[in-house]
Design a protein around this ligand. Structure first.
Ligand SMILES: [Zn+2]
Ligand SMILES: [Zn+2]
Length: 124
């Protein structure tokens, strides 16, 4: 296993443990043991391209969050515009929202649509 493969696995494990949160690259460097800054930047970019992470713009710059390439394309997401925290909505709920919008507007709605709002933490 090469050095950067080990870091990739640790980064993915970290996101898998924190599925609802989004992190800046600096936070990831601080949270993942043995993370090397230049490698982390490169890995985050590549993982986002591969669909294993989602890159989210925020008030604090780019954030990265967990993305499941098997399941995330089939459900909608709720994203906090302040902290970048994301909820993965249930597939049943996603289908109901989609059907309601399609009936109302005639639009064909993307199954992975992201809604934006302010999370309970940031509303406090
Ligand atoms: Zn998802
Ligand atoms: Zn928030």
């Amino acid at each position: 296993m090469s050095y950067s493969t080990g870091q990739k696995e640790r980064i993915l494990a970290f996101f898998s443990d924190n599925r609802e949160k989004a992190f800046t690259s600096e936070e990831i460097i601080g949270c993942v043991p043995g993370a090397v800054q230049s490698t982390v930047y490169r890995l985050l970019q590549r993982l986002a391209e591969e669909g294993l992470l989602m890159k989210v713009p925020s008030e604090h710059g780019a954030l990265y969050r967990y993305s499941d390439p098997e399941r995330c394309p089939h459900h909608m997401h709720m994203e906090c515009t302040v902290c970048g925290r994301t909820c993965h909505l249930d597939e049943d709920i996603s289908d109901r929202i989609r059907r309601a919008i399609e009936e109302e507007t005639g639009f064909s709605v993307l199954p992975s649509t992201v809604f934006r709002g302010i999370c309970p933490e940031c509303r406090k």
